[in-house]
Design a protein around this ligand. Structure first.
Ligand code: ATP
Ligand code: LTN
Length: 338
């Protein structure tokens, strides 16, 4: 018998501030893909979140399209997922404004990402950087989202989203569903290859960060230069052996092998052999994605079709929530404008 039960909803997004990294692939996209059959899936290219830092407009536009191509190439089938660009669905900005008025200055001041980014961009601590988690809460709450698959650094933002939703619900009744952050078991925090006590991040150093666009040669070179230790034993110890623990997480994430299995596999072998093995596994996993993304990028009309259909579907879902929220806070019912 056909299962007619409604699926739970997963929603997530990535900023098109640069090329996608191995960190966002293992921490987010790979996990999204593993849940597409089980959940109704909505994935967004969050371009509005990207302008809290100064970016070249042409670059932002091409990053957004490229990111969409990578979503599809990584296996997020547009027939099974709603894929869209955030700025195409006005409801995100509309709900974000309302939620701004239900979010406290104090709670936003405690956000780790705000503290980190304002230290890094001390000359441009704009209000958008501060209220960034409110827009993210709007993204999530618009779609009655059940789960938000993200890397570890975003867990705090999903938690503040729950706090904002709870505050609103306590005043107006059960308007928002409370979302749960879902982190991958391995790979929730991939570290930089050159500075293994820092998160791998597209806005940081080039040698420590693998981007999905990197050629096999570049990927192998970056792994060969990865910072390790002088102990020469492939053993999982994220405190004393950060570099090796990070490489083991990458290897485990791609192979599905446990840390013990990996230790046994590389027993008595030098770090050189292990680094090359992690590099090869990464190349084998990423190569087909890169090739498919390059193929898709030659067909701009197809990509436009996907993001247009995605935005139309997302806008239909999101406008229902905006209408409900506007009514709750006391706005006059919107007339039909055209
Ligand atoms: P930026 O450097 O511009 O802040 P970023 O490289 O951290 O960006 P995001 O766009 O912020 O990437 O992240 C996209 C998603 O990937 C989020 O869910 C985030 O938690 C996850 N993610 C990013 N980097 C990593 C990482 N190094 N390890 C695990 N998950 C990550
Ligand atoms: N803040 C996230 C990106 C993001 C997001 C979202 C993730 C924006 N809106 C909604 C999950 C759900 C980041 O910086 N990576």
């Amino acid at each position: 018998m056909e299962n007619t039960e409604k699926k739970l909803i997963q929603f997530s997004g990535i900023k098109p501030t640069g090329a996608l990294t191995l960190g966002s692939y293992l921490g987010a996209i790979k996990n999204w893909k593993s849940m597409v059959e089980e959940y109704e899936s909505i994935f967004c290219v969050v371009d509005m979140h990207s302008i809290t830092i100064r970016l070249n407009p042409a670059e932002l536009r091409s990053n957004a399209i490229e990111q969409l191509a990578y979503y599809i190439a990584a296996g997020l089938d547009p027939e099974k997922c709603t894929l869209f660009i955030q700025s195409h669905v006005a409801a995100h900005a509309e709900l974000a404004w309302v939620l701004n008025c239900y979010t406290m200055f104090g709670e936003l001041s405690r956000m780790t990402q705000f503290k980190d980014k304002s230290a890094k961009h001390a000359d441009n601590i704009n209000a958008g950087l501060f209220t960034y988690p409110v827009l993210m809460a709007a993204d999530i709450l618009l779609y009655n989202t059940d789960i938000v698959p993200v890397g570890e650094d975003q867990k705090q933002h999903v938690e503040i989203c729950r706090d904002i939703a709870t505050r609103f619900n306590n005043i107006y009744g059960e308007v928002f569903k409370l979302p749960t952050p879902v982190l991958p078991k391995v790979g929730a925090r991939i570290m930089s290859l050159s500075e293994p006590d820092k998160k791998m991040s597209k806005s940081d150093d080039e040698t420590g960060c693998i981007i999905l666009k990197d050629s096999d040669d570049v990927i192998m070179r970056k792994f060969k230069r990865a910072v390790t230790d002088s102990d020469m034993c492939v053993r999982y110890d994220p405190v004393e052996k950060k570099g090796i623990a990070n490489l083991m997480s990458i290897y485990s994430s791609f192979s599905g092998k446990s840390f013990d299995e990996i230790t046994r596999e590389f027993e008595g072998q030098g770090y050189g052999t292990f680094k090359a093995a992690v590099g090869e596994l990464t190349c084998d996993a990423i190569r087909p994605i890169r090739e498919e993304a390059n193929r898709l990028l030659k067909d701009k009309a197809y990509l436009e079709e996907i993001y247009s259909a995605g935005a139309a579907k997302a806008a239909r879902m999101a406008s229902r929530m905006v209408d409900k929220v506007y009514k709750k806070v006391g706005f006059v019912k919107k007339p039909r404008l055209f």
